[in-house]
Design a protein around this ligand. Structure first.
Ligand SMILES: Nc1ncnc2c1ncn2[C@@H]1O[C@H](COP(=O)(O)OP(=O)(O)OP(=O)(O)O)[C@@H](O)[C@H]1O
Ligand SMILES: Cc1ncc(CO)c(N)n1
Length: 268
């Protein structure tokens, strides 16, 4: 069995962050491990508080895993502040690394800063060059590059400009486009367009976390980058189709729909 590690923040409501990542790893038949960077108090309606984990505890979590266990894929999500980014970079550099997917989480769907604005520079300079793949959504790509991205043409330009910042591959996600949910994968030579109609649903909490973890699990299994992204896109689309309401706001995606249905736990 392959072992996947998520380095990210905890979402108390279980739809995004560490919790979404671990569910996704399990749903892909991989063994999930976690390094928690921050604890958020959040639910389907918003983020209400954040406690950053002490950098030395972040380093110790990474060391505890890598000193003992083989890691076949890493996903990095919410990294919150410069000190967190610096310690992750420094500690990971001590080890030979498997494929690393960086989801440059910045602002939650509800508008909360999950990355302090002054930490953007450290994210760009330290983490982007370490990544096998980065998976920015449109606002994140705009924030990194400093220009508006509104259609497939500018998404392609952004993918090239982001690639020049150091990651091996770039996936610009189109979940924030107005008409479709088409994503653009750039492999330094070719563009692969992942076309998808927008699904009409309010329940999209944690879609970015889920997609990047699904890609990580696929890469850990040795699947090629374009196939890993293609299969993960099908996974997130299905998870969104079966997204559901658990509170009063934006509900989570469904990781185990097929399993629950087969077990007779879902009747629809
Ligand atoms: N309504 C939708 N219908 C179909 N696909 C969607 C929809 N919304 C998002 N997606 C897809 O989900 C994946 C995640 O993209 P998105 O842009 O939502 O990430 P995100 O903003 O980082 O998510 P979050 O920050 O909530 O975790 C992409 O493949 C995107 O195209
Ligand atoms: C902990 C955490 N990570 C990432 C996201 C992005 O959706 C979120 N809402 N919460």
């Amino acid at each position: 069995m392959k072992h996947c590690l998520t380095i990210a923040g905890s979402d108390s409501s279980g739809g995004a962050g560490i919790q979404a990542d671990l569910k996704t790893f399990s749903a892909h038949g991989t063994f999930g491990m976690s390094v928690i960077t921050a604890v958020t108090a959040q639910n389907t309606q918003g983020v209400f508080d954040v406690q950053d984990i002490d950098p030395s505890v972040i380093a110790h979590q990474i060391e505890a895993i890598f000193d003992d266990i083989s890691v076949h894929g890493i996903k990095i999500g919410m990294v919150s502040q410069t000190e967190t980014i610096d310690i992750i970079t420094k500690t990971l550099k001590k080890y030979p690394l498997p494929p690393l997917v960086l989801d440059p989480v910045m602002i939650s769907k509800s508008g909360y800063d999950l990355l302090k604005p002054d930490a953007k520079k450290a994210l760009i300079e330290n983490l982007l060059p370490m990544a096998t793949l980065i998976t920015p959504n449109l606002p994140e790509a705009e924030e990194i590059l400093g220009y508006k991205i509104e259609d497939l043409e500018t998404m392609k330009k952004a993918a090239i400009d982001l690639h020049n910042l150091g990651p091996k591959y770039v996936l610009v996600k189109g979940g924030h486009l107005s008409e479709t949910a088409t994503d653009v994968l750039y492999d330094s030579v070719n563009f692969h367009l992942l076309h998808q109609e927008k699904i009409e649903t309010p329940h999209t909490h944690g879609t970015g976390c889920t997609l990047s973890s699904a890609i990580t699990a696929n890469l850990a299994k040795g699947i090629s980058i374009d196939e890993a992204v293609k299969v993960a896109k099908a996974y997130i689309t299905n998870a969104i189709v079966h997204g559901f309401s658990i509170g009063h706001g934006v509900g989570p995606t469904h990781h185990f729909y097929e399993l629950y249905k087969k077990a007779g736990m879902i009747n629809d």
